[in-house]
Structure formats: structure tokens, C-alpha cells
Design a protein around this ligand. Structure first.
Ligand code: COA
Length: 383
């Protein structure tokens, strides 16, 4: 066995595995899904097309596209006990907690083998991708004292989600914005939640176990929890004249400007420009561009101030920054933003779990032990 290497904290810069799903080239700000540039995908592809691309490895023909739309639509409904479980929860339960519990509970309605493992295959992945938005929309209504609205099979994912929240047909631009949001969140190489899912999958745990791990890992504010924090910042700022003092105050307290900075990207996150444009379009259609305008000002001020502080740091807007005004314009409450991230990322998580199972090696790194050694044993009465 080769001598162990000590990896840098947070595994920064360490390649821990291989994938054919997506590639992040942080220095030049390029993201590709299966070799296709996100800048080509975002304005052209629909969510269901990207589901096909990531799971089947190539762009779908029209017939394949229609087939996957039908397959996903057929899997949207939740087992009744999952809805009953949600109805039994306190109304102030955190949406990400409810999502994690519900995803885990879904496994109870799948067959398992004699070891308790559920089938981990593309069809199960489709079920998870299809049911996640239904869970999010159902909890949104249940916690407001409303009945969940059943999914509609004649709508695609984005339109159906907006329908399930309100029971009213959504504006075309809202559907397009959410569709693009989902597309942009589908995959991002070995980010923390995907890596966590692959670690779980590497023990030969099934897809439900691995996806529950992923949902749990997404929620932290350094990962999928960031857009809610961006929204809290925008609200705390309130008006244009407060942007600059807010940024200075935050940094003086040693805090971070949420939605800014990325472990991999040393330029602006390529997803940010598409989300920014959509947030702008939504602002124009809804007649309320205030939060978008404030976000533009916050980004510019934060980037300038951070650069002035330390010119060698490369800190720019990431995917979460414009997700906040975009999701707000769609009427989604800020404590559900991370759930929306999960609706998109479910595509990548499930594809990564299946990829891990196909060519598996158990993740089992070592740790550098930094505690005391050689301590003499002291009997309990003498301590
Ligand atoms: N605001 C202010 N300073 C920031 C910052 C931010 N958002 N992000 C990084 N920095 C600073 C750090 O303080 C550090 O400064 P120093 O060199 O003076 O100590 C330097 O930039 C490098 O930060 P580091 O924590 O080593 O980078 P990382 O690779 O671990 O961080 C993130 C990546 C995403 C965790 C970090 O940029 C961050 O916390 N961003 C805000 C949260 C967020 O938006 N998360 C979603 C990511 S998609």
C-alpha cells in the first residue's frame, strides 16, 4: 500500500473519483453536462431533456424526450401515508427537514431484497426526480393549512410545480424561469452533497439511503442553504442607499456575503448570468424589479469591496446569488429555496449514485490523528 498522503482541509484541489456526468472548469468558468456547455444548455434545453441527457448520456430524440416526459409525469404522485405523515407534523417544521424525512419515507413503499436494500436503477431515479417537487409543493400547502393539489400529468415539471403550489395556471415566463433554474441546478460534479451521496452509495447502500444523505448535506449555508441567506441579506438591506454600509458592516463583523465566492470558480459562476437574466425578466413582468435591482447593487458592491480588501482573492457571484430574487419572484418563500435546489439537483444525485454503483470502490480515507497518545489507564474511582 502506498504511503498515505495528507489531503488539504476540505479536500480542496484533490481529485477523489471520476465521472462522465458534468465537468467544472473553475479557472475559466466553464460548466458542461455530458460535454455540452451550460451556456448552450441553459437557453435551449428543458428540464426533462437534461434529465435524459444526464441519465442516458446523450441528447434525446423527440420520441425519447416525449417518453421521458411521460415517465416522469407518471411517477409524480406521493403515497397517501407520506401526505398523512406531513399533515401530522408541526406547521413550523423546516421545509428541508420535511423533504429529508419524506424522501426517506418514500423508500418504505418500494420493494426490498432480503438485506433490506431497495432497487437502485434508472426507474427509481425517475421516481425520486418526479416526486421531490410534489413533496415540496405539498408541504408548502399543508403548512399553510391547505390541501395539497394533485400533480397534473399534462404539465412538465416546472409548470406542474407552480400549479401544485397555487392551483392556478402560471405565466409562461414564470414556467420558463423555473425550468431554467432547475436545468442550471441539475449537476455540479463532486460538490459536498453529491460526494456525500457517492460515499453512502460506495458502501453498497441503496439509492434511497444515498439520496437521503445528499438532501441532508445540501442544507448547510455554505452549500444549498446560501440562497435563503442571500434573501435575508436583501431584506435586511431594504433600500439602495443601505447596500454599501451593509457590506462594510458585515465584513467588519467577519461574516461572509452569501452567494459570493466558490471553491471551484475563480471567475463569475457561469450559471449566475442566466439566473440574473431570468430574475430581471421576472421583475419586468411582475412589475417589481426592486429585489433584482438591489441584488445587482449588492453583487457589485460586495465584489468591489472584497477585491479592494484583498486583490488576490477571486470572489464573484455564485449560482445562489440570483436564485434568491428569482425564486422570490416566483412566489416561493425563502425557507423553501434549498428545497428548490434539491428539486433540480435530484437529477445529478441519482445519476451519480448509479454511476458510483457501476464502478464502485468503497470511500474510506484515513485521518491524521491529533489527539493524545499513550495515556495510562485510570480506574473510575481514581479519576
Ligand atoms: N464573503 C466574504 N469573504 C469570503 C467569501 C464571502 N462570501 N467567500 C470567501 N471569502 C474569503 C474568505 O474569508 C477567505 O479570506 P482570507 O483568505 O482572507 O482568509 C478567502 O475568501 C477564501 O475563502 P475560503 O473559505 O478558503 O474559500 P472556500 O473555497 O472554502 O469557500 C465558499 C467557498 C463557497 C464556502 C465561500 O466562498 C463562502 O462561504 N461563500 C458564501 C456562501 C455561499 O454562497 N455558498 C454557496 C456556494 S455555491
Amino acid at each position: 500500500m502506498p504511503e498515505a498522503l495528507i489531503a488539504p482541509p476540505g479536500l480542496e484541489g484533490v481529485v477523489v473519483g471520476s465521472t462522465k456526468l458534468s465537468n467544472v472548469e473553475g479557472k475559466i468558468g466553464r460548466l458542461t453536462y455530458r460535454g455540452y456547455d451550460i451556456n448552450d444548455i441553459a437557453p435551449n434545453a428543458h428540464f426533462e431533456e437534461v434529465v435524459y441527457l444526464l441519465h442516458f448520456g446523450e441528447l434525446p430524440t423527440r420520441a425519447q424526450y416525449n417518453d421521458i416526459r411521460r415517465r416522469l409525469a407518471a411517477h409524480r404522485e406521493l403515497p397517501e401515508p407520506v401526505i398523512a405523515m406531513m399533515k401530522s407534523l408541526p406547521n413550523d417544521s423546516w421545509p428541508m427537514d420535511v423533504l429529508r424525512t419524506s424522501i426517506s419515507m418514500l423508500s418504505q413503499f418500494e420493494p426490498h431484497n432480503h438485506d433490506g436494500a431497495h432497487t437502485s436503477d434508472v426507474e427509481t431515479a425517475m421516481k425520486l426526480i418526479a416526486k421531490t417537487p410534489t413533496i415540496v409543493a405539498a408541504w408548502d400547502r399543508i403548512r399553510r393549512g391547505l390541501e395539497p393539489i394533485p400533480p397534473r400529468a399534462n404539465y412538465d415539471a416546472a409548470e406542474n410545480f407552480l400549479w401544485m403550489r397555487t392551483g392556478e395556471p402560471a405565466h409562461d415566463i414564470a414556467v420558463r424561469a423555473l425550468d431554467m433554474y432547475l436545468v442550471l441546478h441539475c449537476d455540479h460534479s463532486f460538490n459536498a452533497s453529491t460526494f456525500a451521496a457517492r460515499c453512502t452509495a460506495s458502501t453498497r447502500a441503496d439509492i434511497y439511503a444515498a439520496i437521503t444523505t445528499a438532501v441532508a448535506t445540501l442544507e448547510g449555508t455554505l452549500h444549498g442553504g446560501a440562497p435563503s441567506e442571500v434573501w435575508h441579506n436583501l431584506q435586511a438591506i431594504g433600500t439602495m442607499d443601505k447596500v454599501e454600509p451593509f457590506v462594510h458592516d458585515l465584513l467588519r463583523r467577519g461574516e461572509r456575503v452569501m452567494g459570493i465566492g466558490h471553491r471551484e470558480y475563480k471567475v463569475r459562476d457561469p450559471r449566475a448570468q442566466h439566473l440574473e437574466q431570468m430574475a430581471k425578466n421576472l421583475g419586468q413582468v411582475t412589475g417589481n424589479s426592486h429585489w433584482y435591482d438591489l441584488a445587482v447593487s449588492l453583487e457589485k458592491t460586495a465584489v468591489d469591496v472584497l477585491h479592494e480588501e484583498k486583490p488576490d482573492r477571486a470572489l464573484y457571484a455564485n449560482v445562489d446569488f440570483y436564485s434568491a430574487p428569482l425564486l422570490h419572484s416566483l412566489g416561493i418563500p425563502s425557507d423553501e429555496f434549498t428545497c428548490m435546489f434539491a428539486c433540480g439537483r435530484m437529477v445529478g444525485w441519482t445519476a451519480h449514485v448509479l454511476e458510483q454503483h457501476q464502478n464502485n470502490r468503497l470511500f474510506r480515507p484515513q485521518a491524521e490523528y491529533t489527539g493524545p497518545t499513550g495515556l495510562p489507564w485510570v480506574p473510575m474511582d481514581e479519576r
